[in-house]
Design a protein around this ligand. Structure first.
Ligand code: NOJ
Length: 721
């Protein structure tokens, strides 16, 4: 049962000085001093934007001294740290907080554990392609066990920003373009991170982000403005955040962007009216990095002081990295510009999560021994492999090139086939390249007859003695993630040239794609006989890819994001509206002159080594729901899994509705020749929508229900509601 800590919170609050209260709202990271002349944030920046390599970053981190601002800590001026994933350092600082500060309030340690800590699992976009909530929860648990062993109490995850624009680099961090999938993914991750009891040593509080609609940045450019109708905001973006709150997420990170002119950081409608009043949230609201001070650049605050005032009044509890609260709040409260009661509310939220995590009773939740035995266990590696295998999406398989015969002689090309450090993708701070198994290494481990050339050297010689050629191409991990938007999402020139040269040898070619976002690859789709989308699959990359290439596992992943044919089509997503002139053959329809109407690979799409057939679709109106059922048969010769997807379209509504919306999905395991029934109960409430005046109205009249293996499903029945 959830405990109530309100009495203890009030008692403690009554003993706190103004400075101590403000100190609780301060989160900082260690600064690096000594070896170089930049801040830790800047160093991170340099690594992410490629000015230094990951290896140089690690080396500098190793040589530099870290300044943990211990004097400030002793003086009660720090409530939380970000970026310390090391139990010894965490416990040392915790000891200062508990034993040397006046009130002994424990610290809260936050960290970006996005897709695993040491055991790096596939990037979230990849993992979502498994369409499997239980798996998402399981990998969240693995992450929590490891991160908490390293002293972490709270992760800045899950990110449930619905992302419809493939140019945005952070599509890699979420569950793709669909709101239902993001909601399910987020809720499962929250459960996985937090477990069933937050006071347990391996439970980690989830901080959902980025609230709200960060994925809707104009033109897919990171940090850009968001201009959305309120209806779209509520129908297409908010449900995913709400699902995480309902799943019990104890923290929220407001987004960098503005929504219709007001940055989320100082948006009291968002943080008070919606989050706290409407949704009943009483957890911690923590700013994104430096976001409070950045309200000055937004042009909404005149200076840092004004930004601090607006943020606190709007409901921002904790300041990550901008020092705005520690520098300005004292004066703001003393002058009466910010009522002390508002400050108290923020402090209560910080204390509450510390109580809920059990930190007052057990401030040291881990130690070096636990840390040393918890990382990268056999069990967690097995889960990482399962997740990686299930994330792979077979995009093309002409003439059954795949699976390869176990004695096939293969030639492998491209640096991504051997570069271990690239396998983890964006946002994997705790990752170590040596933990990852590359494709080439996995081939050696399996004793596969394979020749490898990183740059295409000896191509003809290798081709002559190989049965099949594999090209490992796509994106480097720095090409997706934060601050990694791209104005051109085609395959880079060298990789394309490599694939063309391989095709020219006349040998069968398989492309394995490593990337953090959809790529526009019409040429590959047309000319390469087999394509496997591997994303950035994590520590078990190589073994997982070989499992599928050699057919130990039948691929079952399905895309959760549309693959456009050209960058200019972005944002391209399946749940669009039709317009009065839907794109078609005739001239005056909604389309581009120089790109097709259809994507290269649609949402929901993915092949298997077997085939599936759908039986009769039955749609029935029940008292307060629509019941949909269909039989699915495995018509091939191998056992396999099919993700049955159910979409709806409301044909005549009070506001135009998307051509299709995903309302249910079920992964069905089918033995060769087997038939099973899949069913979806869609409550009327989930079909309702907002009218012009923001009243929630029921879906009435004709509803089309489509069922099939991807978003182009043709099996359709109508029902009148
Ligand atoms: C900035 C990112 O937007 C956010 O997702 C992350 O959690 C913070 N930095 C902290 O590292």
């Amino acid at each position: 049962m959830k405990k109530n800590y309100e009495e203890r919170i009030r008692t403690l609050l009554s003993k706190m000085t103004l400075e101590e209260k403000i100190g609780q709202l301060q989160q900082c990271g260690p600064s690096l001093v000594g070896a170089f002349d930049v801040s830790f944030d800047e160093l991170l920046n340099m690594m992410f934007d490629g000015r230094i390599t990951r290896e140089e970053f690690d080396r500098l981190m190793g040589t530099a001294e870290q300044d943990f601002h211990e004097d400030d800590l002793r003086a009660g001026k720090i409530g939380s740290y970000n970026g310390i994933g090391d139990s010894a350092a965490a416990n040392r600082l915790q000891k200062i907080a508990v034993e040397e500060t006046r009130l002994g309030i424990p610290l809260l340690f936050g960290y970006d554990v996005i897709h695993g800590f040491r055991t790096v699992t596939p990037i979230p976009l990849a993992e979502s392609c498994a369409w499997e909530p239980k798996l998402w929860e399981k990998t969240g648990r693995v992450a929590a066990k490891e991160a908490t062993a390293a002293g972490v109490h709270l992760t800045f995850a899950p990110m449930v920003d619905v992302a419809k624009d493939a140019r945005w680099g952070r599509v890699s961090e979420g569950a793709g373009e669909d709101v239902l999938l993001n909601a399910d993914y987020g809720a499962a991750k929250v459960k996985g991170f937090q477990g069933d009891d937050l006071t347990k040593e391996d439970a980690m509080a989830a901080c959902l982000k980025h609230f709200a609609a960060y994925g809707a940045g104009e033109a897919g450019r990171d940090y850009n403005r968001v201009d959305l109708s309120v209806q779209r905001l509520w129908e297409e973006y908010m449900p995913a955040y709400k699902a995480c709150i309902d799943a019990g997420a104890r923290a929220v990170m407001p987004a960098f962007n503005d929504i219709n002119g007001v940055p989320c950081t100082v948006n009291s409608w968002l943080l008070r009216d919606v989050l706290r009043e409407k949704w009943g949230f009483n957890g911690l609201v923590i700013s994104d990095s430096n976001a409070i001070a950045e309200c000055v650049s937004h042009g909404i605050a005149k200076d840092k002081r004004d930004a601090a005032k607006q943020a606190l009044l709007a409901g921002m509890d904790m300041d990550m990295s901008s020092n705005s609260y520690v520098e300005c709040l004292k004066e703001l409260v003393e002058s009466g510009e910010v009522p002390e009661r508002v400050l108290d509310g923020a402090v209560e939220d910080v204390l509450r999560i510390k109580f809920e995590l059990g930190l007052f009773d057990h401030p040291y939740q881990t130690n070096e021994e636990r840390e040393s035995v918890c990382m990268l266990t056999e069990e967690s590696r097995a889960i990482a492999r399962e997740a990686a295998v299930k994330s792979l999406v077979l995009l093309k398989n002409e003439n059954h090139i795949l699976p390869l015969k176990s004695d096939a002689k293969i030639g492998i090309f491209g640096s991504l086939a051997a570069d271990k450090g690239q396998m983890t993708g964006a946002w994997a701070i705790g990752a170590r390249p040596e933990d990852c198994v590359s494709m080439v290494e996995a081939c050696q481990e399996r004793g596969i007859s394979c020749q490898y050339s990183e740059d295409g050297k000896d191509m003809l010689k290798i081709a002559a003695s190989s049965d099949v050629l594999i090209a490992a191409v796509g994106e480097m991990k720095e090409e997706s993630g934060e601050a990694a938007s791209r104005a051109d999402i085609t395959l880079n020139r060298e990789h394309l040239a490599l694939v063309r040269d391989l095709l020219a040898t006349g040998k069968p070619v398989v492309v394995v794609l490593f990337n953090g976002r959809p790529l526009a690859i019409p040429e590959l789709a047309e000319h390469v006989p087999a394509i496997l989308e591997a994303w950035h699959p994590g520590v078990e990359a190589g073994p997982a890819i070989l499992d599928v290439l050699f057919g130990d596992v039948n691929p079952s992943g399905k895309l959760t994001t549309t693959f456009p044919a050209a960058t200019g089509q972005c944002p391209m997503y399946y749940a669009h509206i039709n317009t009065g002139r839907p794109g078609g053959k005739s001239k005056f329809t909604s389309k581009y002159l120089d790109a097709p109407v259809e994507p290269v690979y649609p949402f929901g799409y993915g092949l298997s080594y077997t085939t599936f057939a759908y039986g009769e679709l039955k749609v029935e109106k029940k008292e307060d729901a629509v019941w949909v059922s269909v039989s699915v048969s495995n018509t091939g010769e191998r056992d396999g899994e099919e993700t049955v997807q159910c979409y709806v379209q409301h044909v005549a509504a009070k506001r135009v509705r998307p051509v299709r919306q995903l309302k249910g999905y079920e992964k069905v395991g089918l033995k060769a020749g087997e038939t099973k029934e899949a069913g979806f109960m869609i409550p009327f409430a989930e079909l309702s929508y907002y009218d012009w005046d923001m009243n929630k109205i029921p879906c009435e009249g004709v509803l089309r229900v489509y069922v099939g293996g991807d978003s182009r499903a043709e099996l359709m029945e109508e029902v009148v509601l």
